[in-house]
Design a protein around this ligand. Structure first.
Ligand code: F6P
Length: 510
């Protein structure tokens, strides 16, 4: 990659200090017009970034050279893009109204949702379902949680309250049991593999608790447990009645799965029409990604800017800052999406690469972040790319206040302020991106999330890595399994781990 002439040109360009000087860059004619973009419900302002028109067009050339166009077609045509697992990545088919997967998936989810709402499906206590606890982690948690939070403040057809249990934690499960109405609660084991230990442990803990409660009488017709998985046989072997297992295909990556059966909690919490709208919004972004030229293609531009900062300017962090409480889980979702997808050091050919890939992604609700880590943004030595995300449709002074704050932060970071006392001054010249959503409808949320998904896919194509596998996550899990087994069998002396780790195990087991 580094040997290609466009990459080298960009690297040379990046040495030019004027490209890191926003004061200089703003002397460019038509900068605002050239660096702001709009598509459907999203407005994107890239003008506060360390880029100019030349850099942007060179980055677009880089994308062309990386064969991004055919790679996009491969994604949409269900070619094998996950080469490690020899799978296509079919999440976009679920949002395409013309694709049979879309119809099958929504029919599956909506039928079960109807059966739940109508009382045809009851809990093992013979009661109507009024709550759902989603037991799952990673992609089987972050997406549904984000969307449920984002949409449930809006009206819905028939709302069922959704709770989430992700990490293994006795106190969390105990707390959960105090907050829910157990007899009216459906517990949903969400796991693509149905082998994630923490999820299965939580499911067992919950099942054990349920079995101790008087009146708990699971039958095929009445169940307090359901499952969502790509591994149906494991779920039925675990005792979940077949009609309570919602399947999805292995070609749907975990962190790209909220559109699939994994989105069932969204259907229950926000309603069928909002789920449809969510898919529709994502499909609109799919079409944009597929057909717009790179120069006006929002996810492509987002990816190119991130690559410019990561590979040419050398910035290693990335922050996501939504200024709306309903989007508070967006940074965590994006963190998994970007870091698990592009935290790779091997290219698709299996060779070690010589350029950095994912940045460290972090963020929080923008207002909370202001009072936590913005000091470092304003006066810290490093700069980093930031995404400010605001929602335009608002109808309260509090929301106005939030948006003004967000805009002010971008301005303050760029402009800075000189003070007589130099330690009080802010140097300014710090870059940021601003994304404005027309509203927080399901359609806009769908567009926003699909935009980030495609941004990550674009990054991976340019970096020549597979964004749909995550083999690195396995190592820690297998060591944990090993430790547990040896502790249980009293054979710790056979474990070949370093002295620090052994001493820690000793402390735990003493
Ligand atoms: O963190 C590793 C991972 O495999 C993620 O990719 C995935 O989203 C998560 O674990 C949960 O996996 P599953 O849905 O199979 O339980």
């Amino acid at each position: 990659m580094r040997n290609n002439p466009i990459w080298q040109d960009l690297a040379t360009h990046a040495q030019n200090p004027q490209l890191k000087d926003l004061g200089f860059l703003w002397q460019q004619a038509d900068r605002l017009e050239n660096l702001t973009f709009e598509s459907e419900n999203i407005f994107l302002d890239l003008s506060k970034n360390w880029i100019d028109d030349d850099v942007l067009s060179q980055l677009c050339e880089l994308a062309t050279h990386a064969k991004l166009k055919p790679a996009i077609e491969n994604l949409f045509n269900a070619a094998v893009v996950n080469t490690t697992d020899q799978l296509a990545a079919t999440h976009t088919t679920l949002r395409d109204p013309q694709h049979p997967n879309h119809k099958n998936n929504t029919a599956l989810l909506f039928d079960l949702a109807d059966a739940v709402h109508s009382g045809q499906i009851k809990t093992a206590f013979g009661k109507q379902v009024k709550q759902l606890v989603n037991i799952g982690i990673g992609g089987s948690y972050l997406g549904p949680r984000l969307v449920v939070e984002a949409l449930t403040e809006l009206q819905s057809e028939s709302q069922i309250t959704v709770y989430f249990a992700a990490s293994v934690d006795d106190s969390l499960i105990n707390q959960l049991f105090q907050s829910i109405d157990i007899e009216h609660c459906l517990f949903c084991i969400s796991s693509k593999s149905f082998s994630t230990v923490e999820t299965l442990m939580n499911a067992t803990a919950i099942q054990n608790k349920l079995e101790q409660i008087a009146g708990y009488q699971p039958t095929t017709a009445q169940s307090s447990l359901m499952a969502i998985t790509a591994n149906q046989s494991r779920a039925t072997q675990a005792g979940i009645p077949e009609h309570m297992v919602l399947p999805f295909d292995a070609s749907i990556g975990g962190r790209f799965s909220l559109w699939s059966a994994i989105g069932f909690p969204i259907v229950l919490a926000a309603g069928k029409s909002q789920f449809r709208e969510l898919l529709h919004g994502a499909h609109t972004m799919d079409e944009h990604f597929r057909h717009q030229p790179f120069e006006r293609n929002i996810p492509v531009l987002m990816a190119l800017i991130s690559i410019w900062y990561r590979n040419f300017i050398g910035l290693s962090a990335y922050s996501c800052l939504p200024y709306d409480a309903r989007l508070r889980s967006l940074p965590k979702w994006l963190q998994q999406l970007m870091m698990e997808s592009t935290g790779k050091m091997h290219n698709v050919q299996g060779d070690v690469i010589n350029y950095p890939t994912t940045p460290w992604v972090f963020g929080d609700h923008g207002q909370l972040s202001q009072h936590a880590f913005f000091q470092a943004f304003h006066q810290g030595v490093d700069a980093l790319p930031l995404d400010f995300i605001g929602v335009l449709e608002h109808n309260s002074p509090a929301q106005d206040f939030l948006l003004y704050n967000m805009i002010a932060q971008g301005a303050a970071l760029m402009q800075g302020k000189e003070e007589d006392h130099s330690m009080k001054g802010c140097p300014g010249n710090k870059p940021s991106t601003t994304l404005l959503l027309k509203d927080l409808s399901a359609e806009s949320v769908g567009q926003l999330l699909a935009m980030y998904e495609h941004m990550i896919y674009t990054q991976s194509v340019i970096w020549n890595i597979n964004c749909f596998d995550q083999p690195g996550v396995e190592l820690g899990k297998s060591i944990a399994r090993d430790i547990q087994e040896h502790v249980e069998n009293n054979t710790l002396n056979e474990v070949a781990l370093d002295p620090s780790t052994m001493a820690l195990i000793k402390k735990v087991t003493e």
